[in-house]
Design a protein around this ligand. Structure first.
Ligand SMILES: [Zn+2]
Length: 428
């Protein structure tokens, strides 16, 4: 169970304050009164000693599958947002591949209402690009925006039909919306179940050609050049895709991109044991791709880190690698896994890592940049950058257990997450 306390006044004393929006990195006190940042608190305020800890704006993850409505045996909005809060997140954007899908204002409103009731984490729905996510008829972007959708994606599938995708770009331009593409040409991907490389060959399993990701990305960049619509590339996983995005940005196209924690930390070698908890889409890639994703994230080609938290029940995953559904959970391991992939090897420091979890995702969605300033609502994460901990999926808030990181020793642990009055500490 989550440990949640309520406070009217809280002082976090002498922590390292990292606030990327204000380019601030210094030891200071952070004071919260009545859910907002304040200059001073009464002597009765609850005090948290922050020595050795980092305090930063609450982490944001713009690629999460909350599974409700329709797949409540995998996750609910309540359990998914509890997992988010435990993992240090105060904001998640959720994908529309629910049942029914988020292709109409009523279902978008339902998700927002359930999230409000759960009161764990801010939830921003991403609505479908096409009705039923079938890739044929566009949804009504303006009406969905009105209902609270923050962007549009058929995630789980890429939009295959080029004419449909061009019309989506045109509607995005008219409504100043962002389209998020799961880049995958289904014909090239075929029935592949992991990266088409040496590991797939050894396991005698059908591979996914990396060109499936890259050709759709190239097509979309051409459409973006024509329409100038805001285009966000979901879960970039190949070196060539990173390179294409770097060039598109240099050209001035309105392109942004994200990378998943697992694509930063694991290669396709992790699939060698045929564990279904290493099966996701896009698949884990060879070392050179992982290194390119890490470099792209550090140099800003990739704007943000996401989890692509994709819960599946143990029974659904326990059918062998080839038959198991794609996807792994990630909300409760994201911070430690990202720190292990980027900070421990010396590729970057905490300020950049935190920027890719806060101002990066906020700017992709054109939201106000989160920052710590007197009078602003207090959404923050307190991090212990050094304390090692062991991943025990049995202690997760998520309803599912499909993580590739079970048993991993991680450093970089969310100590607590504050959202207004509510302070949440992970149980693990
Ligand atoms: Zn996807």
């Amino acid at each position: 169970m989550l440990h949640t306390e309520s406070h009217n006044a809280l002082v976090i004393r002498a922590a390292r304050v990292i606030d990327p929006a204000l380019q601030r990195d210094e030891i200071a006190d952070v004071i919260v009164v009545d859910g907002r940042y304040a200059e001073r608190a009464s002597a009765a305020a609850h005090v948290l000693e922050g020595q050795g800890l980092i305090v930063c704006p609450g982490l944001m993850d713009i690629h999460v599958h909350l599974r409700e409505p329709g797949f409540e045996h995998k996750e609910t909005i309540e359990s998914g947002t509890a997992a988010a809060a435990a993992g240090g997140f105060t904001f998640v954007a959720c994908m529309p591949n629910t049942k029914p899908p988020l292709d109409n204002p009523k279902t978008v409103a339902l998700v927002l209402e359930k999230a409000r009731q759960a009161d764990r984490c801010t939830v921003a729905p991403i609505a479908a690009i096409t009705r039923g996510r079938r890739g044929v008829d566009l949804t009504h972007f303006a009406a969905l925006r009105e209902a609270g959708a923050v962007a549009f994606s058929d995630d789980g599938d890429g939009v295959q039909d080029t004419a449909v995708m061009r019309a989506a770009f045109q509607q995005a331009t008219r409504t100043e919306s962002t389209v998020i593409q799961h880049c995958q040409d289904n014909q090239l991907a075929g029935k592949g179940v992991l990266h088409g490389g040496l590991v797939a060959a050894k396991l005698k399993l059908r591979g996914i050609d990396p060109a499936a990701e890259e050709t759709m990305l190239e097509r979309d960049l051409a459409l973006c050049r024509e329409t100038r619509a805001r285009y966000h590339v979901a879960h970039v996983s190949t070196a060539r895709a990173v390179d294409l995005i770097r060039k598109a940005k240099a050209e001035g196209l309105p392109v942004t991109a994200e990378v998943c924690t697992h694509h930063l930390a694991l290669t396709d070698e992790a699939c060698a044991g045929a564990d279904p908890n290493t099966k996701m889409n896009p698949p884990l890639r060879p070392r050179a791709d992982v290194e390119a994703c890490r470099r792209g994230l550090v140099d800003g080609t990739i704007d943000c880190i996401v989890t692509d938290h994709a819960p599946h029940s143990p029974a659904e995953k326990a059918v062998g690698f080839a038959a198991a559904p794609f996807g792994v959970i990630g909300l409760e391991t994201a911070l430690g896994v990202a720190a292990g992939a980027l900070i421990q090897p010396g590729l970057t420091g905490w300020p950049t890592l935190i920027a890719r979890f806060t101002v990066g995702p906020a700017s992709v969605l054109h939201l106000p940049l989160p920052h710590i300033a007197t009078g602003q609502p207090a959404n923050l994460t307190l991090i212990n950058p050094a304390a090692p901990w062991t991943v025990d999926p049995l202690l997760f808030e998520s309803r599912s257990r499909n993580t590739p990181f079970a048993g991993w020793r991680l450093a970089g642990r969310p100590v607590c997450t504050l959202r207004g009055h509510r302070l949440t500490r992970p149980a693990w």
